[in-house]
Structures are given as C-alpha cells and as structure tokens.
Ligand binder design. Structure first.
Ligand SMILES: O=C(O)COP(=O)(O)O
Ligand SMILES: [Mg+2]
Length: 227
C-alpha cells in the first residue's frame, strides 16, 4: 500500500464544471482518518486550496500554483518560488499582441498569486508559446486555465521538496491527476493513476487509467489502493 496520496483538484476531484465529487471527498476522508497523509496539488491559489483542504478535511499539506508554492501543514512556512515579475512581463507581451486584434484576456485570482500568472483560455496557446519562445517562462494549459510560470517549477519538483518535509519520498505516494500540469507529479510518484477524462499527456504518464472520469475515477482509485 502507498504511504501517502497526492491529488490534483480540477478534473481529478471535480468534473469539468469544477463541481467537487462528493464520493471522492468521502474517500479522501476515509483515507485521512486511517492516518494516510493527503496532499492537494493544484494550479489554483494557496488560499483556494486551503479552504478546500479544511472543508474536505486534509491536514494542510498543499502544492499551489502548479508547484510555485508549497507548504507542509496549515502552520508550516509557505515556500514560494519563481519570478512573478517575469511572468507578468510575458503576460504583458501577450496582451500587446492579442488586444489590438480585439481579443480580451481575463486574469484569474491575480490578487492571490505568489508565483505564476493565470488567465482564461480565450487565446490560442500555440500562438502564445511561439510569442514567448525567447523568454524563460513555461506556458501551461491545464484545460481550466493558461498559466505562465518560471522554468523549473512543477508539481513534481514541489513534491520532491514537500515529501522531504513530510519525512517521505515521492515514491511513497499514490498520485492522481488529469492534465499536462500533473505529468511531473505522476512520474515522480510510486504509483500514478488518471481518471478517464484525462488528456493524452497524463494518460501516458500514469500506470493506470481509471474506467470512470473525474472524481468518480479518483474515488475508485482510492478504494483500490487504500482498501
Ligand atoms: O488551476 C488550473 O488551471 C487547474 O487546476 P488543477 O491543477 O487543480 O487541475
Ligand atoms: Mg487538473
């Protein structure tokens, strides 16, 4: 049995409209009550994940902003990395290119981010990647938002550091994720699963693709690996 569980949120615990699977929540509570550490790892902001962590009932071990931020427990230090000003300069470059064409970009939860810049998927990602090719910024399309983050940051890299604070190694974890921003975490974990809605990158990185999509698939994985 794995010693711990790390899970993505959007598309892995929720459906594509971001509605939480109550069965996945129940399974996580069962696992937490059995003494298994559970990490929530998401592209979302720290405050968003903290609220979710409290209400689901996990212990505050979190990775936010796709690895730009992590923290061990609710009272642990917040570790933030990355050059947010650089990400903003990249975002400005995108605006300067797209706005004259009449395309509006919408920032997501900008007041609450420490590391990355996230915005609505209204612009063409391939065009953005081409535009920013000479900048040390990653363009990550999670299927829910587009993120700009400093090179070298990922959920997998943050897992390495957080696991150490938890007295574990990434190989101790079962990981669940649905998207390209989960690949590094799925690869680092001992066992990796992906719900049936997952994109091709996450599928390729997972050991098992669950037969059900979204939180239902993740709930099945918890029942299987933490019986
Ligand atoms: O914030 C996003 O874009 C997606 O969030 P996720 O990492 O929980 O899927
Ligand atoms: Mg996701």
């Amino acid at each position: 049995m794995p010693k711990a569980f790390i899970t993505d949120i959007d598309g892995t615990l929720t459906d594509d409209r971001r509605r939480l699977s109550t069965r996945a929540v129940e399974e996580i509570r069962r696992v937490v009550d059995a003494g298994i550490p559970v990490v929530l790892a998401s592209g979302n902001t720290l405050c968003f994940i903290d609220a979710l962590s409290k209400m689901i009932g996990t212990e505050g071990d979190v990775i936010a902003e796709n690895g730009g931020v992590y923290r061990h427990g609710y009272t642990g230090d917040r570790h933030s990395a990355g050059d947010r000003e650089l990400c903003f300069a990249a975002y400005q470059k995108i605006i300067d290119t797209f706005q004259p064409k009449g395309e509006e970009l919408r920032l997501y939860s900008n007041d609450y981010r420490y590391s990355d810049v996230a915005f609505a998927r209204d612009a063409d990602v391939d065009e953005i990647k081409k535009l920013l090719a000479d900048m040390p910024v990653q363009v990550v399309d999670t299927g829910f938002a587009i993120h700009l983050q400093s090179e070298g940051l990922s959920k997998g890299a943050a897992l390495e550091k957080l696991a150490e604070l938890m007295g574990l190694v990434p190989a101790d974890f079962l990981a669940a994720g649905d998207s390209i921003n989960d690949v590094s975490m799925l690869k680092a974990a001992g066992i990796a699963v992906t719900p049936a809605n997952a994109g091709p990158e996450a599928r390729a990185a997972a050991d098992f693709v669950m037969s059900k999509p979204f939180g239902e698939g993740t709930a099945d994985a918890l029942a299987r690996y933490f019986p």
